[in-house]
Structures are given as C-alpha cells and as structure tokens.
Design a protein around this ligand. Structure first.
Ligand SMILES: [Zn+2]
Length: 511
C-alpha cells in the first residue's frame, strides 16, 4: 500500500486526526523543559510544541551532544553528524535515516526562521543509535537519560492509618537504599544517579509537613511534624523487578492505642502508577485473516484463518467467564476484514487492549514455536521486513529514491508503545510456560494491523503452521486450550499491573 493512498477507513480514525489537528489551536501553556541527565551532569532542554508535536531545537541538541548540522539546500535535506555517523532528515518526511537504517518519527522536522526543530522522539530513536548509546526519553517525567545512568522510577502513595501515616514507595527497578532519621526528617537515600519520583502532598501535615526530593543526591526527604513519635521501615518485593519500601510513621499518643500495623507482605498497599491507567474493561481479540484471505496454509491443508478464529472464540469465552471483561471479536465468522478496520473495531469500542492472533509460516519446515510482536519502526530485521505490509519510496538525502519496507508511523499506536511492550513481555512469559517458543520469541515489527490501534496492542504468532508437527498441534483442542490458558494468564498479569479494579478471579479455566 502506498503511503499516499492510505485511506481513513473509520470514524474513529478521522476523529482522532481531527483532535490532533485541533491540539495546537488550544493555546496550551508552554510545555515544561526536559532535563537531560548525562554522566557529565544535568542540563535543561527547552521544548516547543509545533503542529501538536513536542519538538527540540536542532541547535540545542547540537550543543548538548556535540553534533554538526548541515543543510543540503540542493536536495532540501538535513545532515546531522556525530563523530562517527550521519543522520539524514528530509523536510516533509517523518523519517530519519541513520547509517542507512530508516527510523520513523512522529512528525517531519519543522522550521521556524533559520532554526530547525525535530520531534522529541528523534533523541531516543535516531540520535541514540547515531551516538552508539542509549538515550531514554521519559515523557511523563520530562527526562532524557543517557548511557547507563541509574534513575529509578518512584511512585509514592500516602495512606492515612489509624496509628498515623503509611508511605509506600514503589521503586522500579529495585534499588539499594537506606532509611535514616536525621534530626527532624527522615531521609531515604538510593544508590542511584538521580530519581524519577512523583511525591504527593502529605495528607497529615501535623505528622509529615512535607515530602520532597533531596536537593543533592538521589534521596527523598520526609519532614517530621509535632505529632511524629516513631517510624518503621520495611522492604517488600514489588512486581516485575520493582522494589517496595513501606514506611509507617506513628503519631504520638497513638502508639499503644493503635492496632498493630499489618505487615506489608500480608497487606501490600495498592500500587500507584506514574500515569493514571484504568483496568481491563474491554478487550478486542482479532482473529487474523478470514474470508478470501486464508493466511498461511499447513502441509495438511489447515488454514491459518480457521485456527485464529477457533482460538479467538475460545479465548473470548474464557475471558468473559474468568475476568468479567467485555470481549469483542473483529470477526466471528469466515469473512474478510481489512487491516485498518480491525484496529477501528478496537478504537470505536474504546478497548483497553488489542490482541491479534496469527499462525506463522516459513520456507524452513523445521521452523517452530510461538512469537510475540509489538509495533516497531525502528527495527528492520529480516522477519520484520517480510512482515511489513507496504512499501513506500523514501527520498534519500542527495537525491534519488529507494524502496524501503516501512509503514508511516501513524497517530495511534506510538503513544502506547511502552504499555504494548509490557504486555508483549507478559504474553511471551505466559506462553513460554505452556507452549513451545521460537528462538525469537519477543520481537518488534511494523505490522500494519497494530499501527492504528489507540491502545496497547500485541500480535501473537501462535506457532508455525508450515511445520507438520505444529500444524497438528494448532488444529488440536488440547493445544488451543494451552494457548487460551496462557493468553488468559497474560491478561490477568497485565490487568494486575493496571489496578483500579475489583479483585481478580482465579486464572485457571479448567481445561
Ligand atoms: Zn497471519
């Protein structure tokens, strides 16, 4: 499919576009600058909103990262050079080329007078690879973190208790720390370069007047008020490599009267996510292919479209029975459904999750095992290139055109990549417990069906239908049951990470 012929198939897509287009007209206050944390120190980096996109001035990046920027007036492109690599940008194109690899950006570079601006995602996606280092962009906390700096994320919750106040710090990843009383404050010090912490106002000012980040070093300072009597600190493991610090602050006069404070391991306080998220209320299951599109065909004639529909139907039943979530299938029969229509079903129903089911095929009959994908345009492995659904001509700096397997980075999925990656990891882990996995079990690829999904979205290749043994498995009740159970487990685990919902039912489905 040619880039210019991408059509807007759904009202949801159109509405999303309209809302993006309206964004710059709303005159939001200027965005807060980012802070760049590098081994050499920290620097503020101003950001501007242009065309609804947060952008950095190329000149500022050049100063900060020692880059040379050259404008190719003849070809109309920009060449940004590090000591070893050059990034090519083309005005009007939301793409960058780094050492011949094409990387997608959410918007083209923008010009204001003589100054050029690039989307903030340019830093992790293009500049990091060109510098040969990791540059992590944490949009919610306005941070760019370079190299191997340790900057744990800390989500804090303050819960009033009968005896005083409980502060819970969820620290991801778990980081060595100390808790000490220094005069009229408690100090939690972390073995880290900096903290990425959200700290709430104290709900008990008499006990704790304020909670704030330490001015130097990676620490949190908790001021102690007139009612403070004593404290107790306990560590508990958090989820997925996170650590949890539970600080109980006991108020004067409450010590003897108060009920014993429950152990954190017995009564873990709910996690507070850095960004507000809801649970899983609506899940869209996409049975790949259908109708005229058979998908892959096994040596015995088993069709991918039949396997995906069978698993989708069973999974729907299992989710409804066990999670109480609403499940919508993109097709519940043997009909053809367009790739964009599938994401539109999810968008129109405001789904919290999109899960696309497929079966793989390879010219190598021995190829076997499940693979889990989430969207990428930055990785162009061979598998990903085969998986790409469209080819667009990309102008090359200095003139000429070449064909590259790429899909334009459209509006929706970019915002959910982190959550999609998290879900993909959980799916991979849950599948691994029950079915054979490919050597490349977790990958990113530019699957067209995921691009327009405005929610976390993952595609599962459940096995290789081209492999005679796996073809038999994929068609069997028992194997499909294992797949359903594993996918259900991953949904429960993902829902556990999102909170804000009624207690979970047990995950077993009894077959
Ligand atoms: Zn398929």
């Amino acid at each position: 499919m040619n880039l210019r012929r991408l059509s807007l198939r759904s009202a949801a897509t159109a509405a999303l576009l309209a809302c993006l287009a309206a964004a710059p007209a709303m005159q939001a206050p200027p965005p807060a600058p980012y802070t760049v944390l590098l081994p050499e120190g920290r620097q503020p980096l101003a950001v501007r909103v242009i065309g609804g996109q947060e952008m950095f001035a190329l000149d500022e990046l050049a100063k900060l990262f020692d880059l040379t920027v050259r404008e190719d007036t003849l070809a109309g492109g920009l060449a940004i050079s590090t000591k070893t690599q050059t990034i090519a940008l083309t005005p009007g194109q939301g793409l960058a080329s780094v050492g011949g690899r094409v990387i997608s950006l959410p918007a083209p570079p923008a010009r204001d007078g003589r100054a050029w601006f690039v989307p903030v995602d340019f830093v992790p996606r293009a500049l990091g690879p060109a510098l040969g280092t990791r540059l992590e962009l944490r949009r919610p906390s306005r941070l760019i973190i370079g190299g191997d700096l340790r900057v744990p994320r800390i989500a804090t919750q303050a819960d009033p208790q009968p005896a005083g106040l409980r502060l819970t710090f969820n620290v991801a990843p778990a980081t060595p720390h100390t808790v000490t009383q220094e005069g009229s404050r408690l100090v939690v010090k972390f073995d880290a370069h900096a903290l990425d912490a959200n700290l709430p106002a104290s709900p008990s000012p008499e006990l704790v007047p304020s909670i704030r980040a330490a001015e130097t070093g990676a620490g949190i300072e908790i001021d102690l008020g007139p009612r403070f009597a004593s404290f107790r600190a306990a560590d508990a493991p958090g989820d997925r490599g996170a650590g949890r610090i539970v600080l109980d602050l006991v108020a004067a006069g409450e010590t003897t009267a108060a009920k014993p404070v429950p152990e954190p391991a017995v009564d873990p306080p709910p996690l507070l996510e850095l960004t507000p998220v809801t649970g899983l209320r609506t899940i869209v299951i996409d049975a790949g292919h259908g109708g005229d599109e058979h998908g892959a065909r096994g040596p015995q004639g088993t069709l991918e479209k039949d396997v995906t529909l069978a698993v989708a139907r069973r999974l729907k039943g299992a989710i409804e029975a066990r999670l109480g979530a609403r499940v919508i299938l993109t097709r519940d029969g043997d009909q053809t459904v367009g790739l964009d229509e599938r994401a539109a079903v999810a968008n129109n129903n405001k789904a919290d999750l999109f899960l696309s089911l497929h079966a793989n095929a390879s010219a190598r009959p021995a190829a076997s095992g499940a693979e889990v994908f989430y969207l990428s345009l930055a990785d162009y492995g061979e598998e990903a290139q085969r998986a790409a659904q469209s080819s667009v001509p990309v102008p090359v700096l200095g003139g000429g055109v070449r064909d590259i397997e790429v899909i334009r980075w459209e509006m929706a999925q970019a915002r959910h990549i982190d959550e999609s990656a998290k879900f993909a990891g959980l799916v991979e882990g849950a599948l691994r417990e029950r079915v054979p996995m490919s050597v490349r079990a977790l990958q990113q690829a530019p699957f067209r069906v995921l691009v327009g999904a405005n929610m976390p979205a993952v595609l599962v290749e459940m096995g290789f239908i081209s492999n005679p043994e796996q073809e038999k498995q994929l068609a069997s009740e028992a194997f499909q049951g294992s797949l359903v159970q594993a996918l259900l487990d991953s949904l429960v685990r993902f829902r556990d990470t999102r909170g804000g919902q009624e207690p979970l039912l047990p995950a077993g489905i009894g077959n």
